[in-house]
Design a protein around this ligand. Structure first.
Ligand code: FES
Length: 112
């Protein structure tokens, strides 16, 4: 029997267009509010691994604060160089009091 490790994260105050870094299950995550929908990805740029939480979110595109590479927060796909690899994203479910994330389960499907 597998143990469910989903966590509930409070997203109060996380307005559309904003991001927030959190830690859960030993993983550094980045929560993103894109047009009122929440997404979670590993807080690590696929280029050289710096945290993404200083980046700018425009729509569903996040710009890395170091070199300006871009990725789609919905599924982690690269949108602009120098990011060439997909970012790790996690399935998110809205629940009462916040959003539920299982940081042990990577979401490989596009959420659009
Ligand atoms: S570290 Fe993010 S684009 Fe280079």
């Amino acid at each position: 029997m597998s143990e469910r490790r989903a966590i509930t994260v409070d997203v109060a105050g996380l307005a559309p267009g904003c991001v927030r870094a959190v830690e859960a299950e030993g993983r550094r995550l980045l929560l993103c509010n894109a047009f009122g929908r929440f997404y979670a990805l590993e807080n690590r740029c696929p280029h050289i691994g710096v945290p993404l939480d200083g980046g700018r979110l425009e729509g569903t595109t996040l710009e890395c604060p170091l070199h300006g590479g871009r990725l789609d927060v919905r599924d982690g796909t690269p949108q602009a160089l120098p990011i060439r690899r997909r970012a790790v994203t996690f399935a998110v479910r809205e629940v009462q009091g916040g959003i539920e994330i299982d940081p042990s389960e990577e979401d490989t499907a596009c959420t659009t």
